[in-house]
Design a protein around this ligand. Structure first.
Ligand SMILES: *Cc1c(COP(=O)(O)O)cnc(C)c1O
Length: 465
């Protein structure tokens, strides 16, 4: 392809994109295709000769687009959002087009230096203390794995990487039973093992870990000769928004000298609003590692996870490796690939810069505040549908409910709603029962979009019962 053709199609695709977003609300939110339907339309063997772009684009529209679930749809209420504000998409276009691999400072100084400043802007935006540094990762899962590896190395006197774990005894990590599955997987991959991830019960309307149970578990483990290594706390758990008492957990961590990681992958974005910090963020400054995903609620296009670190040294002592071919000479510089597991790095900071400059924190706060307020209104409307119950009240903009009937009936309603296509939501489990989750957070959603969901739920329920 020559650059004239590239320029033509580049402009065509950005026009296509604007039209796609303008008309998005008319499409069903979740893809309405059966498994195998898309693959069956693709040619089974690779082409021997090149084809023109218009043929490729036409097939993209015909074959691929029907198989897309529209995450930027204003009535996307499933999972958590993966918001892509338009300026962040434009930044990603630039990054894609420059196509630099930014593993070291010298492989693109701008990527490293913009990253350092953006991590610091976000530190300030979330009310975290001066001196906390951090790094941009692809996902909260990677940040959590980095933190769990650091717990492991710190608890073994930084000998695990070298000696392996065979003779180390049982390293123990503590969390509530509300943590995301990425915590389990981090413990699997780090060689800690599922059985050494101690999941503790929760209490109260925020479903926070019971501090006395946490302390008792640590004491029992010490008595049994195990090695407590760290605690993973959460603000805004995935199921129902469970949030730990961060002060109480940090106190216990301090008493037993445990490394702490705070998973605020979703809720972290809301901490740009000072009023939400009072209930959910007191003590966050005391965590050794804090992760939040600007690619969820904040609007920085996927992927983008920030890991803040109170002191980067233990994580660098865990992950840094410097073979000759990666050495840089000259002045002292930051090489962020030493802070993370993958070597190669995308220039993820640019979209944060574009996003924050375009909207300002006030523009982003206004959206999040609206989402929280509308979720509260909607929960009341759903509660008023005959026989429906709110199973967990809103924590920020996430709540859950049940329709009349057993667990299978909950799933039938979720499936019927998603087949209907006007809204998209997903199920979860809480207290041994299936629940229907509802989160408000799509970047362009309006109060009408949100409140309409109650009418859709009532309609679909009436039609299926
Ligand atoms: C989404 C989520 C994760 C996982 O995030 P990834 O970036 O997809 O790895 C972890 N924890 C919580 C609380 C989440 O909501």
């Amino acid at each position: 392809m020559n650059w004239d053709t590239f320029s033509y199609w580049g402009q065509h695709i950005s026009k296509w994109a604007a039209d796609y977003h303008r008309t998005l609300a008319e499409r069903p939110v979740r893809a309405q295709t059966a498994p195998g339907e898309i693959a069956a339309q693709l040619v089974a063997t690779p082409p021997e000769t090149g084809e023109p772009m218009d043929a490729i684009m036409a097939d993209f529209e015909r074959i691929v687009m029907p198989g897309i679930t529209h995450w930027q749809h204003p009535r996307f209420f499933a999972y958590f959002p993966a918001n892509a504000a338009p300026p962040s998409m434009l930044a990603e276009m630039l990054v894609t087009n420059i196509a630099a691999q930014c593993m070291l400072w010298q492989t693109s100084p701008a990527a490293t230096e913009v990253e350092g400043v953006m991590v610091d802007w976000l530190r300030q935006a979330l009310g975290l203390p001066e001196g906390m540094t951090g790094v941009i990762q692809d996902s909260a899962s990677s940040a959590t794995l980095s933190a769990v590896l650091t717990m492991r190395e710190r608890a073994t006197g930084f000998t695990g990487n070298r000696e392996g774990l065979n003779a180390k005894g049982a390293l123990r990590i503590y969390c509530s039973d509300q943590v995301h599955s990425s915590i389990d997987r981090a413990c699997w991959v780090a060689g800690i093992g599922q059985d050494n991830l101690v999941k503790l019960p929760t209490q109260g309307s925020n479903f926070g870990i019971v501090p006395s149970a946490l302390e008792a578990a640590i004491q029992n483990d010490v008595a049994a000769g195990h090695i407590p290594a760290g605690i993973v706390a959460i603000t805004g758990g995935t199921g129902v928004g469970a949030s730990d008492d961060l002060m109480a957990v940090a106190d216990i961590a301090q008493k037993y000298d445990l490394y702490t990681h705070l998973d605020a992958a979703w809720a972290g974005s809301a901490m740009i609003c000072p009023e939400f910090r009072r209930a959910l963020w007191q003590g966050a400054d005391r965590y050794d590692s804090v992760v939040f995903n600007p690619h969820k609620w904040m609007g920085a296009q996927f992927d983008c996870a920030i890991q803040f670190l109170r002191d980067a040294t233990p994580q660098l002592d865990t992950l840094k490796i410097e073979p000759e071919y990666l050495k840089t000479t000259g002045a002292e510089v930051t090489n962020y690939s030493e802070w993370t597991i993958p070597l190669g790095r995308r220039f993820r900071a640019l979209k944060i810069w574009f996003l924050l400059r375009s909207y300002g924190l006030e523009g982003l706060r206004e959206r999040i505040r609206n989402h929280v307020a509308w979720a509260g209104e909607l929960a009341e409307k759903i509660d008023a549908i005959e026989g429906f119950e709110i199973t967990t009240g809103p924590i920020l903009s996430l709540f859950s409910f049940r329709c009349p009937g057993d667990d299978a009936q909950q799933q039938r309603l979720v499936d019927a709603l998603n087949d209907d296509g006007r809204i998209y939501l997903t199920q979860g489990m809480f207290d041994g029962r299936k629940i229907i989750r509802f989160q408000v957070g799509q970047f362009d959603t309006t109060r009408d979009d949100v409140l309409m969901a109650a009418d859709v739920i009532r309609d679909v329920w009436e039609a299926m019962k």
